[in-house]
Design a binder for this molecule. Structure first.
Ligand code: SF4
Length: 392
């Protein structure tokens, strides 16, 4: 792999934009990198953590302290404060949605992902009939919110293709989110007109050196274009945007800190934006070239990350995906999570059991149906909600 990394690094500077990529006026990347480079997470002490926990409105410095190794013995206190804030801002409502994978073609080479362009998997792209069959099968479960995903291939899943999926989805769902390759703001404006209003893009890691070693080819290699996706989406009129690093790819404290600060600065610049975090931990995937230990981010770190997000940005949504098992997800719904997926498949054409199906992106850990998740939320004394927004 080292040889491939050297070749890729020589071929393409990961900080240089490629032709056609929109460059927006923003200083947030510089601010985030400067702040993340300035923090010594090992220097925080028990006293810093106690001071951070005492403060009603957590500062950026408090957020860093709560992500440090010194905060681990305080996880219980963090969780209690986080739970209070979650109930204060969101009450008992917990939203349910499902992802729909439209295509699994990808032009990028991310060494940890089963969809990467060198991986020999069954590639498939749903046509309009296939999309509609999938949407009908999902709508029949009662869901009102859907997240449309593709691999990152402009040539196989162009903007017009995504637009046709969005228009169809609007027939069946109240809320349509997108998790596709990063686009320019005029393209987001177009997809918003078609009916989408939420954009999720994971930065994967905020450590530029690690990013360059993990993303060896394709448009995704361009770090700043990906970083500014949320801003371009908001400029295009989207209601909300989601942020996340992929835990396990690089240093935990720095990545979560940088992600939280990124979201915080975007919120400050776009006060009306609905901000949310996801908390994906790396999962086993066919073709993942990383060592097995990368798939094992400590569960305590996951809890620390989501509690720190909640304490730092109390009004931000937090989504917990089916990468986690049912027990972990149910517990997180009591503490921090506001949204959960259900009836999940990361393959193509699997909801309606189509004749040809495309391979899955990664293994999921919670296979519960929509009914099962709905009932388990109710049983826990919470309120399952099938849509938490309306398209404007
Ligand atoms: S992580 Fe996304 S961009 Fe990278 S190979 Fe997988 S699908 Fe493609």
């Amino acid at each position: 792999m080292k040889e491939k990394q050297n070749l890729a690094a020589a071929a393409q500077d990961c900080m240089a934009y490629l032709p056609g990529m929109e460059i927006i006026e923003s200083d947030i990347l510089r601010e985030v990198q400067h702040a993340a480079d300035s923090v010594d997470f090992n220097a925080f002490t028990e006293r810093d953590i106690k001071a951070a926990l005492m403060r009603k409105h957590k500062t950026v410095q408090d957020f860093a302290a709560l992500l440090s190794p010194a905060a681990l013995p305080f996880l219980e206190e963090m969780a209690q404060q986080a739970r209070q804030l979650t109930f204060k801002w969101f009450g008992a409502a917990r939203s349910i949605f499902t992802p729909l994978y439209l295509a699994n073609y990808c032009e990028n080479y991310c060494v940890y992902c089963g969809f990467n362009c060198h991986n020999k998997i069954n590639r498939l792209k749903l046509d309009e009939d296939g999309m509609e069959r999938e949407m009908q099968a999902i709508a029949a479960t009662g869901l009102r919110e859907i997240l449309l995903l593709t691999g990152e291939s402009r040539s196989m899943s162009g903007v017009e293709y995504i637009a046709s999926a969005v228009r169809l989805a609007r027939k069946y769902f109240a809320v349509v989110g997108l998790e596709v390759y990063p686009l320019n703001s005029d393209e987001y404006a177009y997809l918003h007109e078609c009916g989408a209003d939420y954009v999720t893009v994971f930065q994967e890691t905020y450590d530029v050196d690690a990013y360059a070693k993990l993303h060896l080819a394709g448009h995704k290699r361009v770090f700043p274009y990906r970083f500014y996706t949320q801003e371009r989406a908001l400029k295009g009129g989207m209601r909300g945007v989601a942020f996340a690093p992929l835990m396990g790819l690089s240093g935990f404290c720095r990545d979560i800190f940088a992600c939280g600060l990124h979201a915080y600065l975007v919120q400050r610049k776009y006060p009306a934006a609905e901000i949310s975090f996801s908390c994906p931990r790396l999962r086993p995937a066919e073709g993942n070239e990383l060592p097995p230990e990368a798939n094992g981010t400590d569960l305590r770190h996951l809890v620390q990350a989501v509690c720190a997000y909640r304490l730092f940005m109390p009004q931000a949504g937090i989504t917990v995906s089916s990468r986690e098992g049912a027990g972990v997800r149910d517990n997180l719904l009591q503490i921090v999570a506001t949204k959960i997926s259900a009836g999940v498949s990361t393959g193509i054409g699997t909801h309606s059991k189509q004749e040809r199906e495309g391979d899955e992106q990664f293994e999921i850990d919670d296979n519960r149906s929509v009914d099962e998740v709905f009932n388990s939320i109710k049983k826990a004394g919470l309120q399952p909600v099938l849509t938490d927004g309306s398209y404007v």
